[in-house]
Design a protein around this ligand. Structure first.
Ligand SMILES: NC(=O)c1ccc[n+]([C@@H]2O[C@H](COP(=O)([O-])OP(=O)(O)OC[C@H]3O[C@@H](n4cnc5c(N)ncnc54)[C@H](O)[C@@H]3O)[C@@H](O)[C@H]2O)c1
Length: 325
């Protein structure tokens, strides 16, 4: 089947492309390489360097007519979205709605969207938050993700569009951009593997629901296979997370333990062989204190559950960053 993955040169998208190619699908990647990397694009995928907001997307759909669309391309930086809400809305809101429209006009049979569970629910929601918890997105980034979820429901209702929105928790794993603001596991892994000192912003007690990238890929594959014909619109939004909270300090300690182990295995000494202590910096304004999402719906409807523990996922991530040198 012919699949389009927007954002397929990025962190999560490139892993999804690899999995689709491995399943024998014909995969098209649309990415403007604003944060994605060409060397992450699977050689068997057909790559188009295109901005999803470009007029050229019309021609792309005319020519390629993908049967399925996985939409992961996005401006993903929440802080940037606060600085430039207009740009964020242009790419993440308008660009997404335009893509849904093109998918509809060119008869794509399903649209699977990368939404967020980490940033959409109200701060006072009981944890882990379910899809029924109150939504109170506070950054323009989260507002646009919520907005697209609503538009997809509208496209389903009025135009019969078959869609699923997967609300990811904090995704981590190999290939994550360590310059990204949210990827603390990537940031810690890259720094410690290079014997550098990472900084924890705030007291490190803030919690996140960390979900490993391969688990997010398997949720997308399950969404692809799912027969949604009998689905209610509200059931098409699904949290993809572990339901567990881990603090930033906890993940720091886990990565630091791996760095120490690696240092002594090499006969050298990561950070001088001593216990690795974090340096603390000012808390980031607007940083959530706690976050965790309940993926029981994805368990029931997609048959999905995370296969990787945090220990396993962090070990794989650290190993990858250490190999990058
Ligand atoms: N990483 C997470 O924790 C997380 C959590 C929730 C949701 N998401 C969503 O998952 C998706 C993938 O995120 P990621 O972490 O892999 O980030 P990423 O930055 O690695 O991937 C995004 C990709 O989209 C591309 N892109 C950006 N703007 C584009 C445009 N206008 N036209 C074409 N391509 C464009 C980038 O070049 C990049 O390759 C995003 O939609 C993001 O909002 C990620």
């Amino acid at each position: 089947m012919k699949m389009l993955v927007t954002g397929g040169a990025g962190f999560i998208g490139s892993h999804l492309v690899d999995a689709l190619v491995a399943r024998g699908h014909e995969v098209l990647v649309v990415d403007d390489l604003s944060t994605g990397r060409m060397d992450q694009v699977n050689a068997l995928a057909r790559f188009y360097r295109l901005d999803i907001t470009s007029q050229l997307m019309d021609e792309f759909f005319q020519k390629e007519k993908p049967q399925m669309v996985f939409h992961l391309a996005a401006q993903i930086n929440a802080r940037k979205s606060v600085e430039r809400p207009d740009f964020d809305a242009w790419v993440n809101a308008w660009g997404s709605v335009r893509l849904v429209q093109l998918a509809l006009e060119h008869n794509a049979s399903k649209f699977i969207f990368a939404s967020t569970g980490g940033a959409i629910y109200a701060d006072d929601a009981q944890l882990p938050a379910t899809e029924e918890s109150a939504c109170k997105p506070i950054s323009p980034y989260a507002i646009t993700k919520y907005f697209v979820d609503q538009y997809l429901a509208m496209y389903g209702m009025y135009h019969g569009m078959d869609w699923i929105s997967l609300r990811y928790a904090n995704v981590y794993g190999p290939r994550q951009n360590a310059l990204g603001e949210a990827g603390v596991i990537a940031v810690f892994s890259q720094a410690l593997a290079a014997n550098q000192q990472p900084v924890i912003f705030g007291d490190g007690k803030q919690t996140r629901d960390f979900v490993y990238v391969d688990d997010v890929v398997s949720a997308n594959l399950a969404a692809l296979d799912l027969d949604t014909s009998a689905f209610d619109h509200s059931e098409r939004v699904m949290n993809i997370g572990t339901g567990r909270e881990a603090s930033v300090k906890q993940v720091f300690d886990m990565v630091a333990a791996l760095a120490l182990q690696a240092g002594s295995a090499q006969g050298g000494s990561a950070q001088g062989g001593k216990q690795i202590e974090p340096v603390y910096g000012d808390a980031k304004p607007g940083d959530k204190l706690r976050s965790a999402i309940d993926a029981a719906r994805a368990g029931r409807l997609l048959g999905w559950q995370p296969a990787f523990t945090l220990e396993q996922g962090i070990a794989k991530t650290y190993e990858w960053f250490a190999k990058q040198g």
